[in-house]
Design a protein around this ligand. Structure first.
Ligand SMILES: O=C(O)CCC(=O)C(=O)O
Ligand SMILES: [Fe+2]
Length: 493
């Protein structure tokens, strides 16, 4: 089973210290312990180790092990920047009873990059002692217990780039149980000190005042509802549902200001109900107060105008053979992709392999009153779906392709949910969502083996539950948190 991953929580004013439960999966923990957990394992893998009063330790190269690479990528996704070392490592440590690590600052520089942040992943449970202890933390000292699956993450620098003396830490002596960890030392240019994490926005421990979340339903998958209900319940937000099919428009009134409103349903009656319920101060994923009255198309043209990388494309506006031949050439030759608006799950996306196929399909499309988009075919690409919530990617997965199709689909394999796409892809997904004036989006991105990436479309609303249910990513929580923060900002609290 996957752990139930929780949101990243901030623990202190200084240093910027965070924890997240269930950050690594059980099978990842088992893999790391089985591969590197003791002297024999390390020796077998040709890794040097040391053993002294601070325990057994070894440097584990990240790139050679897909499990370590996935964990490192998730840490970097949380931070929003990557370790710039050429050969990044995890430092494995195993403490024996009585072992401890004296107080110190993680203050190092390698070739101009600072040890900006430290991430410790705990692989085992200590039953007594073994905490990572921050005696100078403000407003009070903090002890992070060693708990299997937990992530502790902190910045060794203040936002102005200076070394944060409050980040002094030690490992308390282990008294009972086991303590094995892997630590990722994230080296980066000093500018990285300025980043803000999502968890910085709300002071630790402050629960939202009793809030209402109203969900407009119309045949939405049960899993979507489950994820939203769960997120509301764990945040003390009351969950209410409006069934579009039973909505009485004679009694329609806008919701009171401060109410959170979301329509996961795509039917036109659900759209009308959302419009009827919205009003001054009602908080939605639209940037504009009347955003729910506008059509949010996937619109490759809007994305391109905002400077977002999209595949080369042209309107399929003609049946003229001469023009169509020129279009194919302009798109880099056959095959090309023909895409009709309005489909979902890959329906309406066609691969065109020959001019004969193009001519006959275009004749049919235009005679049926449809105008597709023609675009370049990106071969051998990895297809990511990013779930953007507000200003970050809160969930992601990698699609897979069946043997005899060119289209891809989401899977139920947790491995497809572990390695986030590269930071540039995350940034494009966020920018693409913002370009459509919404704060939630299911963004499809192709990554070519060359490293170039292309945004295909932004879906709003979008299906997001699988990120939670298969990947353990707390997308629902991110959505509710975003709306609550938006409501608080508006109310000036
Ligand atoms: O194991 C711990 O709790 C702290 C280890 C540490 O501070 C380090 O490896 O730099
Ligand atoms: Fe340290």
């Amino acid at each position: 089973m996957n752990p139930v991953s929780s949101p990243l929580r901030r623990l202190s004013e200084a240093p910027r210290l965070y924890v997240q439960e269930g950050f690594v999966f059980d099978d990842e923990v088992r893999h790391v312990l089985a591969s590197y957990g003791d002297r024999d394992g390390l020796t077998r893998r040709g890794l040097a180790w040391q053993a002294n009063e601070t325990g057994l330790s070894s440097e584990l190269p990240v790139r050679e092990d897909p499990v370590l690479a996935a964990i490192a990528a998730r840490i970097e996704a949380v931070l929003g920047f990557s370790c710039t070392l050429v050969e990044p490592t995890f430092r494995f440590r195993r403490y024996e009873r009585g072992d401890a690590h004296p107080p110190h600052l993680d203050e190092y520089t390698i070739g101009g990059a600072r040890l900006m942040a430290t991430a410790i992943v705990y692989l085992t449970d200590a039953e007594g002692g073994g905490e990572t202890f921050f005696p100078r933390a403000e407003p009070h000292p903090v002890a992070v217990g060693a708990k299997r699956g937990r992530l502790a993450l902190w910045f060794n620098h203040r936002p102005d780039g200076s070394v944060d003396r409050a980040a002094l830490h030690q490992s308390n002596p282990l008294r009972e149980g086991e303590k094995a960890t892997i630590a990722y030392f994230v080296y980066a240019p000093v500018e990285a000190a300025r980043v803000k994490l999502a968890a910085d926005e709300r002071p630790a421990g402050k629960a939202p005042a009793s809030r209402r979340f109203v969900c407009v339903n119309d045949g939405v998958p049960e899993t979507t509802i489950r994820v939203l209900r769960e997120a509301c319940a764990s945040r003390g937000v009351s969950y209410e549902e409006v069934q579009a099919a039973n909505f009485d428009f004679t009694a329609a009134e806008p919701l009171p200001p401060g109410t959170l409103l979301f329509r996961p349903a795509v039917s036109s009656s659900a759209v009308r109900v959302e419009q009827a319920l919205s009003g001054p101060g009602v908080v939605t994923f639209h940037r504009e107060p009347d955003g729910m009255f506008r059509d949010i198309g996937p619109e490759v043209s809007v994305l391109e105008r905002r400077g977002i990388s999209v595949p080369r494309w042209i309107w399929g506006n003609t049946t003229n053979r001469v023009l169509l031949r020129r279009y194919v050439e302009d798109l880099g030759g056959l095959p090309i992709v023909m895409k009709f608006a309005g489909g979902s799950g890959g329906i309406g996306v066609l691969r065109i392999d020959s001019l004969a196929g193009l001519f006959s399909t275009m004749d049919h499309a235009l005679a049926s009153g449809r105008m597709p988009v023609l675009s370049a075919y990106i071969p051998d690409a990895t297809h990511y779906r990013c779930i953007v919530v507000g200003d970050r990617v809160a969930g992601y997965w990698r699609n897979q392709k069946d043997e005899d199709d060119f289209r891809t689909h989401a899977t139920d394999d947790p491995a497809d949910y572990r390695t986030p796409p590269a930071p540039e892809i995350l940034a494009s997904a966020v920018a693409a969502t913002a370009a459509l004036d919404v704060e939630l989006g299911g963004v499809d991105v192709l990554e070519h083996p060359s490293g170039r990436h292309y945004v295909l479309e932004v879906n709003f609303p979008c299906f997001f539950a699988r990120a939670r249910l298969v990947g353990g990513q707390d997308v629902g929580g991110a959505m509710i948190d975003w709306l609550v923060r938006k409501a608080e900002r508006r109310a000036g609290t």
